[in-house]
Each structure stands twice: as structure tokens, then as C-alpha cells.
Design a protein around this ligand. Structure first.
Ligand code: PLP
Length: 440
């Protein structure tokens, strides 16, 4: 880089830092008037500077920052392959689609079954349907909100090929049991770790047990790129299929702006595919039915800074979770507290609460009360997704009843624990909760 440009960039970075500190000065929390969001971006001047600096590169598409993020994220997870993409939903679509690709051994085919839950985020389920697979629904536990282990065993049929579930709200599912059942029945395990970055089970990071795992970097998540996502795997064939499907379905695996005219394979005009002319440009050979789900380099530049802050964020999430736990514990005769395995160290996405049937108030009462106090609440995603308009008539199998899933639909909600919830905000939330229980 030209010395003059380096100097100008340095000046721009300083000015960006100034904008950040001016905005910071204006930030003030006024209890009752300021909104207490359940989640949001937590950043400082470093993310803003990284974003501006990357935009000055004007590379625009995925490039060096993307590669650097993939490397750093794969080192952090201890998994061989990471692919960045433009959202957690895209990561889920890529994960399931890759298992249906001819690039992997014995791929899943239309009509094969995938065990999952109905207490779910929609885009954990959608890719199963989009790939012509049959979702098999089992119930979840109340309190930990994760897939019921005994029901997975019951659900396995000769057509079952995979199990795909989320670590709900950052609470790791019982991965030892799940990988045992999967091993006995030759099932792929897909972990939706979109809400569970940095959570651990048995000392190992959530997302590192199965065949492929997915992450979201949407603004509400543990780290953010604004929008963004990633997949991780140790399986090079899955990695290759994911990259192909992410990049239009092409067979070629050149980087964007590949410098070698002979391509990354060094044989760009030398391949032979059955129905294509000898040497047809590898860049335009499609072995998968794909999409374009790439993120931008500027997103990855932000992600790199956020990654440095992950453990600080995790500590704050755990701290805020504990404050809410201690508050609600006094009322556990009226609400079901969150529960987790002794082997788990969750990095909570949020604090889930289920109102008991004889509480003397309903979910709507507490949710309305908190929202009127300007404290954001959320439902546990789709509740029972099978009762949502888009999913009412899907082809499926249901194993046992979905009793707890229906309780979640009717009686569960969550509050935020994200690192942006400062001490004054948490004090206000706690006082408001105490005020509610004084009233009821
Ligand atoms: C469990 C789960 N999976 C997938 C997603 C989708 O992620 P994204 O919003 O990045 O598409 C979400 C979104 O919050 C989620 O909670």
C-alpha cells in the first residue's frame, strides 16, 4: 500500500473513533423510558474502524478477511473446515443440502427421514422440507427445552438418516447420548449452534460433536457481522459440497478473483464430465443445484474483531443469566426455571421462563407487564412450529405427543442476557420483575 494512502487511512480510523466516542457520550439509560432490548450489537470503535477500512479496500465480495475469519474460527472450534455464509438460515440450508449432494458418500435422498423438534426456529426445519426429506418430530424437555433423548430412540426407522436439532437458547443438548444413538443407527448429526456459540458440553464446544454444525452472526447473536453465518465440519467432502452449493453449485473451487488462469485445480480446461464437451471451462461446470449464499468481506472484517471479544461476551452473558436466575428462583413455585445438564456450561442466548398452570397469572400478563415497562420479551421462536400457518400441512411423522412443545407454545417466553445489558439495566429489570410478583 502506498505510504500516503496508509496515512490517510490512519486519519480516517481516528475520525471514525471520534464518531464512536461522540455517540457514546450521548448514550444514557433512563429507567422506564429507554428500551431494554433483549439483544443487540455490542461493539466499539474497533468494529467501526474495521468496517470502514475494509470498505476502503473496495473488494466488495468475499476475500481475504473471509479467509482469515474461516481460519480463526476453525482454530477456535478445533474443527478442520469452516465455511462462511450470509446467515445462520443459509448455514442450515447448506448443511442439509450438502448431505444430499453426490459429492458425499451415500447421500440422503428424497423421502429419507430426519429427526428434529417442533419447538424450533423455522429455518432449522425448512431445509429438511426444501430438500424433499421427511421431518420426524419428537418432543422436548421442559426447563432445558432440548430434544428428548428417549424419543430419538423411539423415532428411528429404517428410513431415518439424520438428526438435526438446535442447542436451544445456548443450552447444549446431551451430546454423548445423541452421538451414541447416531453411531448405533448410522445417522448423521447436524448441530444448529446458532444460539450456542461458546457453550460447552463435557468440556467440548457445542457444535463440535456432530458431522456438521451451523452458526449465526445476526445482530442478536453471541458475536455479530450484522448478518452472517458459518458451518463447521471435520469432513472434507461435506466442506467441498457446502462450498459448491454456497457458490452457485459449481464444481470449481477457485477463490473469487482467482489469480491462476489455470484455476485453483490447475486443470481448468482439462476436465471431462459425462455430457459436457472435453475441457469445458471448470468455472461453469455445475455438480450441485446451488445458490449464492456468500457474505461480504466487510462483514468478515467485523466478525474478526468480534471473535476477539467472545470470551468477554460469554462471561457477561453468564453473569446476567445468574442475576435473572436468582431473581426468578424465589418464584419457582409459579414459574419453571431454566435447567441444564451437570455436564453443560451454557453461554446463554437468553433466559427462558415457563409460567406454571397454577401461577395465578398467565404468560400474557407477565409479558404485557414487562413490555409496558419497556423491557423486551420474546416467545421461544415458533412455539410449536406445526401450529404455524406455513407448516400446518407439511409431510411429516410425529412420534408420541408434543405435550411439552404445546406448553412452550402457550406458556413460555424469554428475556435477554446479552452483554449490552449493563448493571443499571439489569437492576431495572430485576426491580420490575419483583414489582410484578408483588402485584400477583
Ligand atoms: C436456532 C436458530 N437457528 C437458526 C437461526 C437463523 O439465523 P439467521 O437469523 O442468521 O438466519 C436462528 C436465528 O436467530 C436461530 O435462533
Amino acid at each position: 500500500m502506498h505510504e500516503k494512502e496508509r496515512k490517510v487511512r490512519q486519519e480516517i480510523a481516528e475520525r471514525v473513533g471520534l464518531i464512536h466516542s461522540l455517540r457514546k457520550e450521548d448514550e444514557k439509560f433512563v429507567p422506564g423510558l429507554s428500551r431494554v432490548n433483549y439483544s443487540g450489537r455490542v461493539y466499539d470503535e474497533k468494529e467501526m474502524q474495521a468496517l470502514v477500512d475494509s470498505s476502503l479496500d473496495f473488494w466488495l465480495t468475499l476475500g481475504e478477511k473471509g479467509k482469515e475469519f474461516e481460519k480463526r474460527f476453525s482454530d477456535y472450534l478445533g474443527l478442520k473446515k469452516v465455511v462462511v455464509c450470509n446467515s445462520g438460515s443459509s448455514a442450515n440450508l447448506l448443511a442439509v443440502s450438502s448431505l444430499c449432494s453426490a459429492m458425499i458418500e451415500n447421500p440422503l435422498k428424497k423421502g429419507d427421514e430426519v429427526i428434529t423438534t417442533a419447538a424450533t426456529f423455522p429455518t432449522t426445519l425448512s431445509p429438511i422440507i426444501q430438500n424433499g426429506l421427511i421431518p420426524v418430530f419428537v418432543d422436548v424437555e421442559l426447563g432445558n427445552y432440548n430434544i428428548m433423548i428417549s424419543k430419538i430412540k423411539e423415532a428411528v426407522s429404517p428410513k431415518t438418516r439424520a438428526v438435526f436439532f438446535a442447542h436451544t437458547l445456548g443450552n447444549p443438548a446431551q451430546m454423548d447420548e445423541i452421538t451414541d444413538i447416531a453411531g448405533e443407527n448410522n445417522l448423521y448429526v447436524l448441530e444448529d449452534a446458532c444460539d450456542a456459540l461458546d457453550s460447552k458440553y463435557d468440556g467440548k464446544l457445542a457444535g463440535t460433536f456432530g458431522d456438521v454444525s451451523t452458526y449465526s452472526f445476526y445482530a442478536a447473536h453471541h458475536i455479530t457481522m450484522g448478518e452472517g453465518g458459518a458451518l463447521a465440519t471435520n469432513n472434507p467432502r461435506i466442506d467441498r459440497a457446502v462450498r459448491s452449493i454456497r457458490d452457485w453449485g459449481r464444481d470449481c473451487y477457485c477463490d473469487t478473483g482467482e489469480k491462476n488462469p489455470k484455476g485453483a485445480c490447475n486443470n481448468r480446461f482439462g476436465h471431462k464430465f459425462k455430457n459436457l464437451p472435453q475441457g469445458y471451462d471448470h468455472k461453469y461446470v455445475y455438480t450441485n443445484i446451488g445458490y449464492n449464499l456468500k457474505p461480504l468481506d466487510i462483514q468478515c472484517a467485523i466478525g474478526l474483531i468480534q471473535l476477539d471479544k467472545l470470551s468477554e461476551f460469554t462471561n457477561k452473558r453468564r453473569h446476567n443469566f445468574q442475576i435473572l436466575y436468582d431473581t426468578f428462583k424465589k418464584y419457582q413455585d409459579r414459574v419453571i426455571l431454566p435447567a441444564w445438564s451437570l455436564k453443560s456450561e451454557p453461554s446463554w442466548f437468553a433466559f427462558p421462563i415457563t409460567v406454571r398452570p397454577d401461577a395465578g397469572f398467565g404468560r400474557t400478563d407477565i409479558v404485557r407487564y414487562l413490555e409496558d415497562k419497556n423491557i423486551e420479551t420474546r416467545m421461544l421462536f415458533g412455539g410449536n412450529i406445526l401450529r404455524q400457518p406455513a407448516f400446518e400441512n407439511i409431510e411429516k411423522r410425529v412420534v408420541g405427543d408434543l405435550k411439552n412443545t404445546d406448553i412452550i407454545l402457550n406458556d413460555t417466553f424469554f428475556l435477554g442476557v446479552y452483554p449490552g445489558l449493563t448493571e443499571d439495566k439489569m437492576n431495572y429489570v430485576v426491580d420490575s420483575i419483583e414489582g410484578f410478583f408483588r402485584k400477583y
